[in-house]
Write a protein that binds this ligand. Structure first.
Ligand code: CS2
Ligand code: MG
Length: 402
């Protein structure tokens, strides 16, 4: 029997920080898992190195479900982003190994294709409305059939979602940047730029918008109602989701579809959102919601309630977890859309292979496993650099949801 012989954790910052787990079997097969938790990277690296790696050595890498249950139930302490990201990394690496052992791409192990490709959306943004419109134009010219639109709120210093450099990167400072937030200014401004996008480009593509947890339920209800004519594909994270019931109020007032879940890590965190049909798209991902094994369980629950998938795919999710997500997206019956923001150029020096984009869709590699390799020597050129996500403060100085 092949056993797990080695499990190594790499922390490197090729343009941004990624934590990567590499498991090696006694047969010399390697598998990769993403363990990146933006702004809290070293906590997951330690969870893996200090607490999970010693448990993995000698285990049968083929027993993916059993290892998942052992790590989840064996922790005694339930859920949480650090634990679930660490378990995700192990699970993803074991699926990669299973694919390589079977000489099949992972999507074949998951039941094979349900579709020809994976519909992807990317992020258009601008510091003002003309710049946003130019950026939407650019993404449509690149072949995107779905585009997210965000513009900086005038006179409010730090709107989320607006790109400064080539790639959107909110975790940009060595200590958290404190940014002002004015809900009323946002509510007065955002519906207008979404209308401007439709006025210029029409309705022949999907338009998305992220509210990034900034509104109360009744504010979100008002926003959703006010943008019904622009026919959003979704409004994302309209209000924080710790209280799942809050979404019922939004639902009662608007037909604008709702997407939630990028910060949620288990089926229990999304149970009522799904079973009470309070949302339309579930945004949990391979890297933060327990790997392919657990995310598939969430997606299957969602399918029963006509909730479709729309996994998080920001820059802070490494090419490994993006690949794993695309393998899963390709197979599930209730796939909706996949976020795709790309990575800094330096990341391509460290992660070889992965997904490809053409004609608005993502495609997985046809190589056995996930189709991504980690270049350890290249990673050494990019030592870890601590970076934090910003913190938002209302105009009176009190802390708001970032
Ligand atoms: C955003 C993310 O992609 C999204 O929808 O909400 O950019 C988010 O801010 C980052 O992933 C945080 O790490
Ligand atoms: Mg988001």
């Amino acid at each position: 029997m092949s056993t797990i012989e080695r499990a190594e954790v790499f922390v490197a910052s090729p343009g941004r920080t990624f934590v990567t787990l590499r498991i090696t079997t006694s047969d010399g097969v390697t598998g990769l898992g993403d363990a990146t938790l933006n702004g809290r990277e070293l906590a997951v690296a330690s969870y893996l190195r200090d607490h999970l790696v010693p448990l993995l050595i000698g285990k049968d890498p083929a027993r993916i479900e059993d290892i998942w249950q052992y790590l989840y139930k064996g922790a005694y302490w339930r859920r949480g982003p650090v634990t679930m990201t660490a378990i995700s990394a192990v699970d993803t690496a074991l699926w990669d190994i299973k694919g390589k052992t079977a000489s099949l791409p992972v999507y074949q192990l998951l039941g094979g294709r349900s579709r020809d490709g994976v519909l992807a959306y990317s992020h258009a943004s601008g510091t003002d409305i003309p710049a946003l419109l130019d950026d939407v134009d650019r993404f449509l010219s690149l072949g995107y059939k779905a585009v997210r639109a965000q513009a900086a709120v005038p006179d409010v210093g730090g709107t989320y979602g607006v790109r400064k450099g080539k790639v959107y990167e909110p975790a940009a400072t060595a200590l958290p940047d404190e940014q002002p937030w004015d809900t009323q200014a946002y509510l007065n401004f955002a519906p207008g730029y979404l209308e401007a996008v439709r006025d210029r480009f029409g309705f022949g593509f999907h338009l998305l918008h992220d509210i990034h947890h900034r509104l109360t339920p009744i504010e979100a209800a008002r926003f959703g109602k006010s943008v019904e004519d622009v026919q959003l594909f979704w409004m994302e994270d309209p209000t924080p989701a710790e209280n799942q019931d809050a979404f019922r109020l939004i639902r009662q007032h608007t037909t604008t579809p709702i997407a939630v879940g990028e910060v949620l890590t288990s089926i229990w965190d999304v149970q009522h959102l799904i079973t009470e049909q309070l949302i339309d798209y579930i945004r949990t991902t391979v890297v933060h919601a327990g790997g392919i094994t657990h995310l598939r369980r969430i997606f299957d629950l969602a399918a029963l309630y006509q909730v479709r998938t729309g996994s998080h795919g920001a820059t802070d999710l490494s090419p490994v977890s993006l690949a794993a997500n695309v393998h899963l997206d390709l197979t599930v019956p209730n796939f909706g859309i996949q976020e795709y923001m790309g990575h800094p150029d330096e990341a391509a020096e460290v992660f070889h292979g992965g997904v490809t984009f053409s004609d608005g869709m993502l495609h997985p590699s046809e190589e056995p496993g996930l189709g991504v390799e980690y270049d350890e020597a290249a990673a050494e050129r990019f030592p870890y650099q601590p970076r934090y996500l910003p913190v938002a403060r209302r105009l009176d100085g009190s802390v708001h949801d970032w």
